[in-house]
Write a protein that binds this ligand. Sequence first.
Ligand code: HEC
Length: 143
Amino acid sequence: MKITRFASAIGTLGLFSVLTTAHAGVIEDRKANFKANNASMRAIGAAIGSGDFATVKSEAEKIAAWAMVMPDYFPEGSGGAGTSARPEIWSDFVGFKDAAEANYYAAEALINAAAKQDGDAAREALQAIGASCKACHQKYKSW
Ligand code: HEC
């Protein structure tokens, strides 16, 4: 089920490939979403510390939701100046989608840990999310 949902979200990518205008908007949008990712990661770290699992869950849900649509925000031709997106995103788009999917499943593991109010599992899942952010950046982000 989860995989189907993910696949249908990224299936809309074809639409973006024919829209050659407005890449500036999509670049701004994706940067804003990544900044929100950072804020979520910080909020989750603090919330695990204080046992606030409702916040852990809601922030993890934001990360999962963004991960699911992330590839849609990288239409072909939206690299170059003003973005740190590397050309490898488009030469290896399947790998890029896999990296977004790994991020999604890591966030889902955290949602589950939060639902069980399991602090140790939540800490582990948070680390796994961080690793999935970093893995993608190392391959597909220039700085
Ligand atoms: C599937 C790949 C991928 C994943 C997963 C990913 N990122 Fe990124 N991230 C990128 C790319 C590519 C850029 C560059 C976007 C651009 O400049 O257009 C970026 C940019 C950023 C930026 C800079 C935004 C700006 O203002 O320029 C931050 C911060 C960031 N990511 C944080 C995160 C965090 C935190 C996570 C995990 C919760 C994460 N990212 C997961 C690919 C990814």
